[in-house]
Design a protein around this ligand. Structure first.
Ligand SMILES: Cc1cc2nc3c(=O)[nH]c(=O)nc-3n(C[C@H](O)[C@H](O)[C@H](O)COP(=O)(O)OP(=O)(O)OC[C@H]3O[C@@H](n4cnc5c(N)ncnc54)[C@H](O)[C@@H]3O)c2cc1C
Length: 429
């Protein structure tokens, strides 16, 4: 493999532009580090609902993640939260709120919201955009779910029906009564408007006036849930105007992917990173590395014209799990880490023991990923550190079941920030 020769040596090279990679890079850049991020494509940010789930189930529903985490970590010593340390979880939540525009994320580690998913299932999340928070179901209430004619994959009647049947816990008050209303605001003759297309329309004042006029007569005083398409760059303005004009609490409900709130968060983090002096190279898939002893020396990226070599003092692998193909599984059930070819742990040796029969059951193979030490450095099968200047963050890590635990973004935030802190500590910064 020939690659353009190395010149500049970065302080840190981060691979992956999902939540974990963006958080690591932003933290480092804000401390003055010379940071390059390379990624073959966008992260799960563009699919995720926009909430930050830290710990939703253990498997019982978690009401207060801060109270539940110590026992959870004790029972799961290989979990990324155990590797990063509990302090990192709280720190990450406080830190991310400060990096994003006001209201982009609200809530705390002390109480999970209970917010409707795209199909009307109540889901516990520690942080959520302020535009979603009034949809909190913990106190029950009356809700009108608004459908937009022509918005695919959002089914207000189904959603309202599921919400009305939602079984809230003993710790919740009251019950949910939900009903659906569908409106047909103008789409400019376009039959198939995407969530991003709707979000841009909602940024237009005249468009909003038509929405308000059509919706007002059908309201009954309950809170109003819209699909999460209330603007892209000015969601706060759009949401506040709808609140004021309709005179009832308005909230967003995540759509199926692609996700407008996820896009908002990724855009805000990318913008903050650029302001802090970090650089992002998109389309840069890692195709090889060269190590020397315990150190990773360089990374080869499949750039547009020819392979390009990057060198850095520290590296952070934030390439995600199976969803982003940071981890890949072949037809024999063998899992490999796709960028640095790091050892993978957690795959049961016996093929029959890997998967449970039920789709949402605890699958023994679900915790597969890269095993790390307490400094988030990758380990080999003998628990030796593979590269002392590589750290791993996010969904690539072994030991978690984010789908069942509801911990996806929490893990990426906590380990992403922790990876940056460890690099800074080592540099004495
Ligand atoms: C559909 C969906 C819905 C979700 N909903 C929620 C939710 O509601 N709440 C929640 O908390 N979590 C949710 N999650 C989980 C959460 O989004 C992820 O766990 C988390 O964002 C993973 O972040 P990450 O940065 O580790 O990886 P990712 O976001 O997956 O990013 C990986 C990055 O690495 C890049 N990459 C991969 N391989 C290479 C390579 N070889 N070379 C270069 N770059 C590479 C990718 O292009 C990408 O940029 C959801 C996930 C999905 C898929």
């Amino acid at each position: 493999m020939t690659a353009a020769g190395p010149g500049r040596v970065y302080d840190a090279l981060v691979v992956g532009v999902g939540t974990a990679g963006l958080v690591t890079a932003l933290r480092l850049a804000k401390q003055g580090a010379d940071v390059l991020v390379t990624a073959k494509g966008v992260g799960a940010t563009h699919l995720t609902s926009g909430t930050v789930d830290v710990l939703g189930y253990t498997p019982e529903r978690v009401v207060n993640p801060a109270a539940a985490l110590p026992d959870f970590v004790r029972d799961h010593p290989e979990h990324p939260y155990a590797r990063a340390g509990l302090q990192a979880v709280g720190d990450a939540l406080d830190w991310i709120k400060l990096q994003l525009p006001d209201g982009a994320l609200v809530g705390s580690l002390e109480a999970n919201f209970l917010l409707p998913t795209a199909v009307g299932v109540p889901k516990p999340s520690a942080l959520a955009p302020e535009t979603m928070a009034p949809g909190d179901l913990r106190n029950g209430g009356r809700f009108t779910i608004v459908g937009l004619a022509g918005l695919k994959d959002f089914y207000p009647a189904y959603l309202a029906d599921n919400l009305s049947r939602a079984r809230l816990g003993q710790e919740d008050n009251g019950r949910v009564e939900a009903r659906a209303v569908t409106i047909s605001p103008p789409t400019g003759g376009v039959a198939d408007v995407t969530p991003m297309g709707w979000a841009r329309r909602f940024e237009d004042t005249e468009f909003r006036k038509t929405v308000i006029a059509e919706l007002e007569p059908s309201l009954d005083g309950g809170a109003v849930g819209f699909p999460a398409v209330l603007g892209l760059d000015s969601a706060r303005t759009v949401w506040q105007e709808l609140n004021d004009a309709l005179g009832v609490p308005v909230f967003e409900i995540p759509t199926l992917p692609p996700s407008v709130p996820g896009n908002r968060m990724a855009r805000a983090l990318r913008a903050a990173l650029t302001r802090a002096g970090g650089r992002v190279v998109m389309g840069g898939r890692v195709i090889g590395v060269r190590g020397a002893g315990e150190r990773l020396e360089e990374v080869v990226v499949d750039a547009a014209a020819r392979p390009k070599t990057y060198r850095a003092r520290d590296y952070v692998l934030a390439t995600g799990g199976f969803a982003s193909r940071g981890l890949e599984m072949d037809s024999y059930g063998m899992v490999r880490e796709a960028a640095f070819d790091l050892p993978v742990t957690g795959m049961p040796p016996n093929a029959e023991a890997r998967w449970a029969d039920e789709y949402l059951a605890a699958h023994p193979a679900a915790r597969v990923g890269i095993g790390v030490d307490d400094e988030l450095r990758p380990l080999d099968s003998g628990h030796g550190v593979v590269y002392e200047n590589v750290r791993v963050a996010g969904a690539a890590l072994a030991g978690a079941e984010p789908w069942r635990e509801k911990s996806g973004e929490g893990i990426s935030l906590a380990t992403g920030l922790r990876a940056a802190e460890l690099i800074l500590e080592r540099r004495g910064g």
